[in-house]
Design a protein around this ligand. Structure first.
Ligand code: FCB
Length: 484
């Protein structure tokens, strides 16, 4: 028996699970869908592990009913999914695609019927390729086109949506997409990355305003950020303190400050003065970006540590998503990353539940009035199916247990964190890592597309059902839905 005291969440705490369109839907050339930057990128030789693409993925486009049955059996309160912009508006401007819109309407109707609240993300990285051809997020017009797409979705899906999340992790879109190039569109231009940062922030503000124009001021609007919990090697060392300030600036404050305070951090503008004078921020933009957020979505996986760069070591490529000869850390040439101690997940990310509490508490300290929601947390491990036909993913259960306990620690410290979404419902296309890295609480057999619950799913079900944190070894098996 493990030593365990009863820890309880309030009954209105939201238990959910999350996915993203390109990672699960497949049907890449069906139903009138246009190509996105991730189709182009994944089909470019050498870009993804084993040349994997999202062409088929989990075939969720055809199996959504079965997937809702799994969610229902998991007793989830909410499901966080993303809408594929090129599925509903193939070229990113002009004509909308009724077949694509109908897909999401039936998905939402199915969720409501199952008693599951739909939490929508409008942009989880799959920009219509035609917009990238015109500059993508370096082009200011993309922000305005995004707001038009958001307006249309508000008209079509209306008040059935519980929370409208504009963007998922704009840090990744901007810096991994345009500076380090390890994500689509694979560009490696520091200036482009900073333009993307601003146009993504602007897109959020414009889209949030458009949604509330259609559905009313009380419509819940959110954004999900992957804030970086970074520590410094030696707090006594001024150079290490400066390294931390720089990373916190380009990773966190360049989003948080315009979104929640209506201004860009002056020190970040100074750090990046050699790249740009930020003249792409026009008069009035920061006011447009600064809209009330009903909840701030927080994705958390691991932590990092920095120090002042030693001779010839600057511009580290440690982006947490693999190696690149280009750094995502624009304007941080004086920073060196220190390898974190293990244990690690299959991503090579260190496991550090205390970082979850630290992040939530520090957000509360900076923005005491802002409600929070953990919109992603989870872990990849190399799972195996054992002879009993099960996946005893002991490490994933431990990871979830310890991080959910850390959320509870934050709540007990007075942080207003209202929900938790496990990443991910299903094993899926993990971007540059293809199908090699499995994050699901439900396993997907990529040959047959069969779904099998891992022990983590059974464990999570007990938590969602009871609001009491089960001991990591308390896996209660139940019958799971089967296809058809
Ligand atoms: C996050 C992404 C999500 C998934 C997890 C592992 O950065 O939002 O799509 O890839 O990491």
């Amino acid at each position: 028996m493990s030593k365990h005291t009863t820890r309880t969440f309030p009954s209105d705490f939201t238990w959910g699970s999350a996915t993203a369109a390109y990672q699960i839907e497949g049907a890449a050339r069906e139903g009138g869908r246009g190509p996105s930057i991730w189709d182009t990128y994944s089909h470019t030789p050498g870009r993804t592990l084993n040349g994997d693409t999202g062409d088929v993925a989990d075939d969720h486009y055809h199996r959504w009913q079965e997937d809702i049955a799994h969610m229902k059996e998991l007793v989830l309160d909410a499901y966080r999914f993303s809408i594929s912009w090129p599925r509903v508006q193939p070229g990113g401007r002009g004509e909308f695609n009724p077949e694509g819109i109908a897909f999401y309407q039936q998905l939402v109707a199915g969720l409501l019927e199952a008693g599951i609240k739909p939490v929508v993300t409008l942009y989880h990285w799959d920009l219509p390729q035609e917009l990238e051809d015109e500059g993508g997020w370096t082009n200011r017009e993309t922000a305005y086109l995004f707001a038009e797409y958001a307006r249309k979705m508000a008209q079509e899906l209306g008040s059935d949506i519980d929370v409208w999340t504009t963007l998922n992790e704009p840090w990744c879109s901007a810096y991994l997409g345009y500076a380090s190039g390890v994500h689509a569109p694979g560009r490696t231009e520091p200036l482009a990355a900073l333009q993307a940062v601003h146009h993504l922030n602007l897109a959020h503000g414009l889209a949030g305003r458009a949604i509330r124009e259609v559905l009313g001021e009380s419509t819940k609007v959110s954004i999900t950020l992957n804030l970086h919990v970074t520590r410094m090697l030696d707090p006594e060392n001024a150079g290490d303190r400066d390294a931390l300030r720089r990373i916190d600036g380009v990773a966190n404050r360049v989003f948080l400050q315009p979104l929640l305070e209506g201004a860009y951090p002056a020190d970040v503008m100074q750090d990046t003065a050699g790249i740009t004078d930020w003249s792409f921020v026009l008069e009035g933009d920061t006011d447009l970006i600064h809209i009330p957020l009903d909840v701030l979505g927080v994705n958390y996986y691991s932590t990092g540590m920095v120090r002042e760069a030693t001779e010839g070591q600057g511009g580290s490529d440690n982006d947490g998503h693999g190696n690149s000869s280009h750094s995502p850390w624009v304007g941080s040439e004086h920073v060196e990353w220190v390898k974190m101690p293990g244990p690690y997940t299959a991503m090579g990310w260190n496991i550090d539940p205390a970082g979850m509490t630290e992040l939530l508490v520090s957000l509360r300290d900076s923005y005491p009035q802002q409600p929070l929601m953990v919109t992603e947390n989870g872990a990849a491990f190399y799972d195996t199916v054992t002879d009993d036909g099960r996946v005893h993913d002991v490490e994933r259960v431990a990871y979830l247990h310890d991080h959910i306990a850390a959320v509870l620690d934050a709540r007990e410290a007075g942080v207003d964190v209202r929900g938790y979404f496990a990443w991910s419902l299903l094993d899926n296309f993990e971007w540059g890592w293809g199908y090699d890295r499995r994050f699901g609480i439900i396993r997907v057999d990529y040959e047959t597309l069969e779904r099998i619950w891992k022990d983590s799913a059974f464990w999570y079900r007990t938590l969602a059902r009871t609001n009491v944190l089960p001991a990591p070894d308390a896996v209660e098996y139940v019958e799971q839905p089967t296809a058809g």
